[in-house]
Design a protein around this ligand. Structure first.
Ligand code: ADP
Length: 762
């Protein structure tokens, strides 16, 4: 009699296993007792026991014997594997014919034991920390051999029934061991991955729960703190209110609320709190609401412009036109004016007057030396220290959404590795794009279309073409001595006195003193130096008044040296003696005009030409043209250039680009040299020359003529084509010097006394 169990576990030989007696009895016809035989049939599929047919079981089974009955438990020990030669199920019982399978014992039992020990250790290590191990550790420690390990873990390990059967069917112990090891380690690896994934999930859940709990705690504590200190109404509430009141557009509000939420989560101690605070502080202090255009009264505007600035008639006229157009269009912005001129000529301050005339806020944004696009467009908020760009910062400072913004020194933008700041500026100034100008720091668009932009520059040479095309250039040629006198008397001195707290009763500065300050202590096209000299005088006077030294201070020209604590400026003045080869020229610089002396000299040699001074390559070309022209005009003197070395000296000072305008001066100096005819130092000239001997137009004429007048020049030869520019030149300058238009080089040489007039020769 044998009790048969069907089983979907692997049952190997030499395995001792406790079964519930009740369970064994339910499978058997009579109660099970010690020494009863038992057969374990392995199921192909996980079927219920009652429905099992012979096809459902594998043809190899394991035979065992009941070794011990211990209360409710029976210990069964498996002894051998058997072939099921035939198997029948009569509905109630299985009829089986068994044949013991051979066991090929081809492995050293000690090695087998070692492998078992290692597998058990690996199993324990893998299960460490799992619920499973807590219950099973003592059982695992009772296993004696590999078969027990595999049998008991087979349901836990992910091995298919088919695999289990191939293990059972293997007669070679060594091959079977290998199969068991392979199956064991594969499922162990799988098990490990599952456990890891579960643990990770569990950890992340735990972290979320923990964070939520901490947050609730913080918010509870914060509420308690707020109750204790109502004066500390949180930044959060402050910004909530500010965002509500700001009138932001929807995008800006969404961004601000996002940042506010992050700020809530960060908490005051969070390392990003400060950055988030700065952002909200910035965006909420911008004015987002549109301001309606203020009514414009052209007469008031005119009066205000005249009040603030002396002269500048043309500029003021152009500004009034702009204001009128804006009034008609009902717009708050219009063409972008670019004021170009030397420092101190009033470019920035007239921008301020425009704001006053329009009744709008004013702000100045300096662009000098900006080399990084981010300085215009802002830094992205991805790093600590990120800031808004200068434009948006200026708008914030103005406290309005429609200020007059003076963009100072647009010619000093530098293109660099940090991108092209001028292209960012173009976007700011483009009416098509600037209604949605997006500063990288803000990360949301802001409408700049109501902002009136005015730009200033010292020169247009360095302004990129696309930017220049967007603006309307208005030049500020600088002031004549007479204009400076008026500016000083009507504007600068009264302001300087007011600043120093001095009244007219305390200080007398005579006209002659003012003139002396202008002529002897300043050398500039504008009035910045003059302004600072007058401030110095007022401060010096204040000391005398306060110390009781004098009640009314009268400043005379002879006092200036000690009060200003500086020696009078030694102006370049025209030379006193005439020398062949030296001619007076006129140059343009960023600080206004200057005179210069072009000096030429032959020394013994063989035709080498040396040029010294600053003008470089452009000058070299002018020299070539001048030499060729003089050779062709004075053929009998041409050999002088072969027999001698020629040295030309052009003093430093003029800007390199101004080189060609010295062409006529160079040619005249060479003609004077070869003919030995000295040219009067009271004659100065400016003009480019062509190889055909024509005098070509030049730039910067007003500045050059002012320099001529200042330095005592009597006659100036200018290109005929520049005659229109005289409209820009102050009346008293035109009165003081004789201005003679020239068409050909030969005209200049005749007038300078080098060439005989054609009519005289004839
Ligand atoms: P810029 O911008 O051209 O360098 P500013 O506008 O700063 O020059 O002018 C320098 C100073 O000279 C300012 O205080 C300005 O008021 C004064 N100023 C310049 N031109 C005039 C003028 N035509 N009338 C009155 N003040 C002037």
């Amino acid at each position: 009699m044998i009790t048969i169990f069907t089983y979907n576990k692997l049952s190997l030989t030499d395995v001792s296993c406790y079964f519930q007696l009740e369970y064994l009895n339910s499978q058997s016809d009579k109660p099970v007792s010690v020494s009863d035989k038992v057969l374990f049939l392995m199921l192909k599929t996980d079927k219920k026991e009652g429905e099992i047919s012979p096809e459902d079981v594998y043809p190899i089974a394991t035979r065992g014997v009941v070794e011990k009955i211990d209360g409710e438990w029976a210990l069964v020990h498996t002894t051998s594997r058997v072939n099921l030669d035939s198997i029948q199920n009569d509905g109630e019982h299985f009829q089986v014919q068994l044949r013991t399978r051979p066991e090929i014992n081809d492995i050293d039992s000690e090695e087998q034991q070692q492998r078992f020990q290692k597998m058990r250790a690996d199993l324990l290590e893998t299960l460490e920390g799992t619920q499973w191990l807590m219950n099973a550790r003592s059982n695992i420690m009772q296993w004696h051999n590999l078969n027990e390990l595999i049998t008991f873990t087979s349901s836990l390990l992910q091995i298919s029934n088919e695999e289990k059967f191939t293990i059972l069917a293997e007669d070679s112990v060594s091959a079977r061991t290998e199969k068991m090891e392979k199956a064991f380690y594969e499922s162990l690896a799988l098990f490990k991955v599952n456990v890891e994934a579960q643990t990770a999930q569990q950890q992340s859940n735990e972290q979320i729960y923990r964070e939520q709990a901490i947050r609730r705690q913080i918010s509870f504590l914060q509420d308690e703190l707020d109750k204790l200190h109502p004066e500390n109404i949180t930044d959060i509430e402050k910004f909530e209110q500010k965002i509500r009141d700001s009138g932001m557009n929807d995008t800006a509000r969404a961004e601000a609320e996002k940042v506010l939420n992050r700020m809530k989560q960060e908490g005051k101690e969070g390392h990003e709190y400060g950055m988030l605070y700065d952002y909200l502080d910035f965006v909420t202090s911008l004015v987002w609401k549109k301001e309606p255009p203020a009514p414009i009264n052209l007469n008031t505007a005119r009066t205000i412009l005249d009040e603030d600035h002396f002269g500048l008639k043309k500029t003021k006229g152009r500004i009034l036109q702009q204001i009128a157009v804006m009034a008609l269009n009902k717009k708050q912005s219009g063409s972008i004016l670019l004021f170009v001129g030397a420092p101190g000529t009033g470019k920035t301050s007239i921008g301020q007057s425009i704001a006053r005339a329009l009744g709008r806020k004013y702000v100045r944004v300096s662009l000098g030396g900006v080399r990084d696009e981010a300085e215009i467009r802002g830094h992205r908020r991805t790093y600590i220290g990120a800031m808004p760009g200068r434009i948006m910062d200026g708008i914030r400072r103005s406290g309005a959404s429609n200020p007059v913004v003076v963009l100072d020194e647009v010619d000093k933008l530098v293109r660099d590795y940090g991108g092209d700041p001028s292209s960012a500026l173009l976007e700011v100034l483009d009416p098509e794009q600037n209604s949605t100008f997006t500063d990288h720091y803000m990360n949301v668009p802001y409408d700049l279309s109501d902002v009136l932009f005015v730009c200033t520059a010292n020169t247009t040479d360095t302004i990129p073409e696309p930017l220049l095309n967007r603006m309307e250039v208005i030049s500020f040629p600088g002031y004549s001595a007479l204009e400076k006198f008026q500016i000083a008397k009507k504007h600068l001195l009264p302001k300087a006195m007011e600043k120093a707290g001095i009244t007219e009763d305390n200080l007398v500065v005579g006209d002659d003193t003012l003139r002396a300050v202008i002529s002897d202590y300043t050398m500039e096209a504008g009035v910045r130096g003059l302004k600072s000299r007058l401030n110095t005088l007022c401060r010096a006077a204040a000391v005398k008044i306060v110390s009781g030294e004098e009640e009314t201070v009268a400043i005379k020209p002879e006092d200036l040296r000690s009060l200003l604590e500086t020696a009078p400026i030694r102006h370049d003045h025209i030379l006193e003696v005439k020398n062949p080869g030296i001619v007076t020229g006129l140059a343009w610089t960023q600080a206004g005009g200057e005179i210069l002396f072009i000096e030429t000299l032959f020394t013994k040699g063989n035709g080498r030409i040396t040029i010294t001074g600053q003008l470089g390559d452009v000058m070299k070309e002018s020299v070539q043209i001048a030499v060729s022209l003089v050779k062709s005009m004075f053929p009998d003197k041409a050999e002088l250039f072969e027999q001698n070395d020629l040295h030309i000296h052009v003093p430093a000072g003029a800007v390199p680009k101004d080189g060609p305008s010295a062409g006529i001066t160079l040619t005249t100096a060479l003609a004077s040299l070869v003919t030995g005819t000295a040219v009067s130092p009271e004659i100065a000239m400016t003009g480019e020359v062509s190889l055909r001997g024509m005098v070509m137009p030049i730039g910067g004429l007003p500045e050059k003529l002012m320099a001529a007048q200042r330095t005592g020049v009597q006659k100036v030869f200018i290109p005929e084509e520049n005659m229109d520019d005289l409209a820009e030149v102050a009346e008293e300058v035109r009165q003081a010097i004789q201005i003679i238009p020239m068409h050909r080089v030969s005209d200049v040489l005749e007038r300078a006394g080098i060439l005989q007039p054609v009519s005289a020769v004839a």
